[in-house]
Design a protein around this ligand. Structure first.
Ligand code: MTE
Ligand code: MO
Length: 380
């Protein structure tokens, strides 16, 4: 069994698939802390977790004028300043289960918690590439940075993905070769000993157990870059889909969801108010500037209070990599028997979420970011 050496996992995780391991925290605890504890951070593995010995670990870098470079873990830690960012990771399939309710899609049936927030520390990918000989001449032909994991399928093919060169090389891109998560060594499930953190970009490009970086004129040839993680029209089905016709998902769209109260729970009329909580995040470093909340299905709206890091710092423009948590107390409407609680977020480009799932439905169930709706009863 290739899965016999898997790490132990927190019992609170809600398991979507055991082999490979895919799990999300309960929605009710997701917004309890701004930084998601690593043990309950969502986990999305396509393959068995590889066992990597930090002593023999080598990161290979290809496509630079000096040929193949081989970097040890201690070189990565000692040669480059340790950079730290707080960044939210979201799987392209977060909230896929809502698409499934419209029409069956293919993929893991994620709820609203295939998203989590952590601090990540490591070497800057930009600084590493420049150190090992990346020059403007290289940039004339190179357009993509490819990443390969040390996790392999039965045919020996590794997990792989790529990002545009400009994201990797930009000083404001903040792409890390991370060796720490929340101040500790990366846990096995999250890519020990090194993973790429590409803030603002879909989880799939944040390659774990990083074994190789290739500076290239083309995107990664991997299945996950070419034939998956792409968006399509609701009218496209498995008979007509042409994966070559759509770009690979990189920056994700605006997202928000309600973590409290839970669907089907109830509130007391005597309380006169309902406390509503959730998260909001946007891709590409766009900052969430507002979250609107309704308790009557979207007829009337209230503006929630936003929370970011406990340091209270505003993110630099275009580098809002971390989510915001939000909270609001809304008065109970007179006589209502049931509330339809709705949230939608707005980012600093004034992008907002679509109101329903139908028009954004797609066969793979990715990019599911419609208004999140939760129904609760009002008890007399
Ligand atoms: N990297 C490798 N090597 N193998 C994988 O299966 N899954 C990707 C990405 N990086 C994956 C990977 C996907 S689809 C997501 S959403 C994120 O890792 C999940 O990261 P996490 O498990 O740390 O939450
Ligand atoms: Mo993902």
């Amino acid at each position: 069994d290739p899965y016999s050496g898997e790490p132990s996992r927190h019992p609170a995780l809600q398991i979507n698939s055991l082999k490979p391991f895919n799990a999300e925290p309960p929605a009710s605890v997701l917004a309890d802390s701004y930084i998601t504890p690593s043990a309950i951070f969502f986990k999305r593995n396509h393959l068995p977790v590889p066992k990597v010995d930090p002593e023999t670990y080598r990161l290979e870098i290809e496509g630079l004028p000096s040929g193949v470079v081989s970097v040890t873990l201690s070189e990565l830690k000692s040669r480059f300043p340790k950079r730290t960012i707080t960044a939210t990771l979201q799987c392209a399939g977060n909230r896929r289960s809502e698409m499934n309710k419209v029409k069956q899609v293919k993929g893991l049936n994620w709820g609203i918690a295939a998203i989590s927030n952590a601090t990540w520390s490591g070497a800057s990918l930009r600084e590493v590439l420049l150190h090992y000989g990346f020059t403007p001449e290289v940039a004339i032909n190179a357009k993509h940075i490819q990443f390969e994991g040390l996790d392999k399928d039965v045919t020996g093919a590794a997990y792989g993905a790529s990002i545009p060169l400009n994201k990797a090389l930009s000083e404001e891109g903040d792409v890390l070769l991370a060796y720490e998560m929340n101040g500790e060594d990366l846990p096995p499930d999250h890519g020990y000993p090194v993973r790429v953190v590409v803030p603002g970009v879909v989880g799939a490009r944040n390659v774990k157990w990083l074994g190789r970086i290739v500076v290239s004129h083309e995107e990664s040839k991997s299945h996950w870059q070419q034939n998956d993680y792409k968006g399509f029209s609701p009218g496209t089905d498995w008979d007509t889909v042409d994966f070559k016709s759509a770009p690979a998902i990189q920056e994700l769209p605006i997202q928000s969801a309600i973590t409290h109260p839970a669907e089907g729970s109830s509130v007391e009329r005597g309380d006169e108010e309902v406390t509503i909580k959730g998260y909001a995040w946007s891709g590409g470093g766009r900052e969430v500037v507002r979250v609107d909340v309704s308790v009557d299905g979207g007829n009337t709206w209230h503006v929630a209070k936003l929370y970011s890091s406990d340091l209270g710092q505003n993110p630099a423009p275009g580098r809002a990599w971390a989510w915001k948590l939000w909270e609001i107390d809304v008065p109970l409407p007179d006589g209502a028997q049931e509330l339809e609680i709705v949230c939608k977020a707005v980012d600093n480009s004034y992008n907002t979420q679509p109101d329903t799932v139908g028009p954004i439905w797609n066969l793979r169930g990715v990019l599911s970011n419609a208004w999140h709706r939760v129904k609760v009863k009002v008890k007399d």
